[in-house]
Design a protein around this ligand. Structure first.
Ligand code: FO1
Length: 321
């Protein structure tokens, strides 16, 4: 609705999955003027549960950027109560996916709005305004797109793999159901056409499970290249292991070497620059040989100060390439 009325003139687009990526998105949000930043959320993790449409990565971004998120978990809301889950357990219902009482309101309201014909983008724009977030948060697509994981325990939807099975099954193959017809959201298309657009940042999210589903949207990679923006990825792998989540395990199972340079190679042809952690400085030459420029920095974000610092360094670096 907002996008249809106004021109979008963002300078920076950030791609993010859930908890890990949202840390850098928060750092960026602190230093970039609201109207200049658009954060694109992964919807491959979305699913239907108890008849509700759950968008975990969009919600992690909404809660993180509004300062409402649970600081220990990274997902869900702070000061949450769990009466709904406890009643569900007593009823013998499904209890593997934790929905807090206040978080539940987000899913009920999103589902109601979808049912009266609003798009996921429109709903996300409404939520972020309601939560007092200045920057735009936009799903990569409004169309059906789901990450499907083929494992040694059978074919699983993303949340079955990630939460119910705690990432234990070994991944044999991954695909993004619906990607062959999923279209880029209007807001993102307009942002990519913006004359102001300078930089696209891939946050340190899982390349296979969080960034790839975004990139699988029809025409998105080409639109990124055509935009003429500088594209920079921040490593999610430090010292041969994932900063957060199962990225290292996923890479290994799918036959990749677990290293920052593997991630850089994965994005080869798309990114101009790569932010490598100082622990992995020896990999810089290998990445540069791929035709990708490298910034060596401290990429670990433990608090707001380190999130802001990494955001500043990343933007300054992208500007210098
Ligand atoms: N992650 C978990 O590990 N366990 C949960 O029970 C869980 C519930 C949940 C509810 C709402 C929400 O927005 C996120 C939730 N997450 C949970 C996080 C989520 O499954 C993952 O972090 C992402 O999908 C991966 O980015």
């Amino acid at each position: 609705m907002e996008a249809a009325k106004t021109e979008i003139q963002v300078k920076y687009i950030a791609l993010s999955g859930g908890v890990g990526g949202a840390k850098l998105a928060l750092g960026l949000e602190k230093i970039i003027q609201s109207e200049d930043l658009m954060v694109i959320g992964n919807v491959g993790d979305d699913f239907q549960h108890f008849g509700l449409h759950i968008s975990p990565d969009l919600d992690t971004l909404l809660y993180t950027l509004s300062g409402k998120s649970n600081p220990e978990q990274g997902w869900g809301l702070a000061n949450e109560t769990w009466e709904f889950m406890s009643a569900m357990r007593e009823l013998g219902g499904d209890s593997w996916f934790q929905l807090g009482d206040r978080d539940l309101a987000t899913h009920v309201e999103r589902t109601r709005r979808l049912q009266i014909g609003q798009s996921l983008s429109e709903i996300t724009i409404y939520f972020r305004q309601n939560f007092g977030i200045g920057a735009a948060i936009v799903p990569a697509t409004d169309d059906y797109l789901r990450t499907i994981v083929e494992t040694d325990m059978g074919v699983l939807s993303f949340q079955e793999y990630f939460v119910r099975e705690r990432c234990i099954p070994s991944i044999q193959n991954l695909y993004f159901q619906g990607s062959e017809s999923a279209q880029i959201t209007t807001e993102l298309t307009k942002a990519l056409e913006s004359k102001e657009l300078e930089t696209i940042i891939f946050c340190p999210s899982n390349p296979l499970l969080s960034i790839d589903p975004i990139l699988s949207v029809q025409g998105l990679k080409k639109a990124f290249v055509d935009s003429g923006a500088k594209i920079v990825a921040v490593t999610p792998i430090v010292g041969g292991t994932a900063i957060k989540g199962p990225a290292a395990k996923n890479l290994r199972e799918l036959g990749y070497t677990v290293s920052a340079s593997t991630v850089a190679k994965h994005y080869q042809g798309l990114i101009h620059g790569f932010v490598l952690d100082q622990k992995d400085h020896k990999e810089a030459k290998k990445i540069e040989k791929l035709g990708i420029s490298v910034l060596v920095a401290d990429t670990i974000m433990n608090d707001l100060e380190t999130k802001v610092k990494l955001a500043e360094k990343t933007l300054r670096y992208a500007n210098s390439i």
